[in-house]
Ligand binder design. Structure first.
Ligand code: NDP
Length: 295
């Protein structure tokens, strides 16, 4: 069994991005600039955004953080998005999800200029992704693909079972892995809460991607010997004996499953690390005008 070390891979990719950024600037390019909008005081969202901003600094990007109270009205948030769309110095930006209940997330996502949508959540980018046009691939799926490529995990002809069909993780990764590309050509089954006999679906998998948000849902009896296990889940569980009072676990029972898997990603230190790196990759692409030239 081999642990896929997201932390050291992310470090390696960030060093590469730093070098590429320096080269781009030397050749007359502008310093890539990412903005993040954070609404409310959800602990996890704050931590994610902090990490994204810090990572920008590490690779030599500029970053801007716009923090707003959870009482912000939808109109005001849409105005901020509009301002970022028009701000020529900002190459890409994200609005950290989830948003408070009184704000329509899809309205906000639709308001983001696809040219600056480095999270890849806008339907324009998702649509382009589906038909294989240049696009910003959503950060978490891009992170998983990069991870598998770097670890030389082949997907062609493999049975992949994806657990969870969210718009930001499960659905896009299932599409990407089934496409006729160097990272695709897999036979993909997408499971969700209405799947009949989910256990036997997972048991057939050469590659399991777990993205449902239930702590330690995937147990060793569900995993074929030698399967590759990619754990996207980030779940807080009570841990009264720790300083924070909680700890993070994935959707996979790591200790049990690791004994059977050929490769496995830990939580923390796995896919989450790669998500941030992918956001930076997309931001550099935005600054270079690679996806929407002249956009
Ligand atoms: P959502 O929470 O939006 O959706 C969960 C999905 O899981 C749904 O499709 C749901 O099915 C399915 N599901 C829920 N319960 C079951 C069940 N018992 N059996 C089968 N399917 C089930 O998913 P996200 O993709 O947003 O998040 C998933 C997890 O990944 C979370 O833990 C989240 O924190 C984490 N995450 C991690 C990221 C990273 O960078 N590592 C990035 C984004 C998310 P249905 O559609 O039928 O309701």
């Amino acid at each position: 069994m081999k642990i896929i070390d997201g932390r050291s891979l992310a470090k390696e990719i960030k060093s590469e991005l730093k070098r590429e950024t320096q080269k781009f600037i030397k050749q007359g390019g502008k310093t890539p600039h990412l903005a993040a909008v954070l609404v409310g005081d959800d602990g996890a969202s704050q931590a994610y955004v902090r990490n994204k901003i810090k990572s920008c600094e590490r690779v030599g990007f500029e970053s801007t953080l716009i923090k707003k109270k959870s009482t912000i009205q939808e109109d005001e948030l849409l105005e901020i998005v509009d301002g970022l769309n028009k701000n020529e110095d900002i190459d890409g930006f994200i609005v950290q999800l989830p948003l408070p209940d009184h704000i329509d997330e899809s309205k906000v996502t639709l308001a983001i200029d696809p040219v600056k949508d480095v999270d890849g959540f806008h339907p324009m980018n998702l649509g382009r992704m589906v038909i294989g046009l240049p696009c910003y691939i959503p950060a978490t799926p891009l992170g998983m693909i990069t991870m598998m490529e770097r670890y030389n995990i082949k997907t062609e002809g493999k049975n992949v079972v994806v657990l969870g069909r969210s718009n930001i993780v499960g659905t896009p990764i299932s599409i990407l892995l089934s496409q006729k590309t160097k990272w695709g050509n897999a036979t993909v089954t997408l499971c969700h809460s209405r799947t009949k006999d989910l256990v036997s679906e997972v048991q057939r998998a050469d590659i399991i991607i777990a993205a449902i948000g239930i702590p330690r849902f995937v147990t060793s009896d569900m995993v074929k010997e030698g399967a590759v296990v990619i754990d996207v889940g980030i779940n807080r569980i009570d841990a009264p004996d720790t300083k924070k009072g909680y700890k993070l676990v994935g959707d996979v029972d790591f200790d049990e499953v690791a004994a059977k898997a050929s490769y496995i990603t830990p939580v923390p230190g796995g896919v989450g690390q790669m998500t941030v790196t992918s956001l930076l990759m997309n931001t550099l692409k935005a600054a270079r005008g690679e996806i929407y030239p002249g956009g």
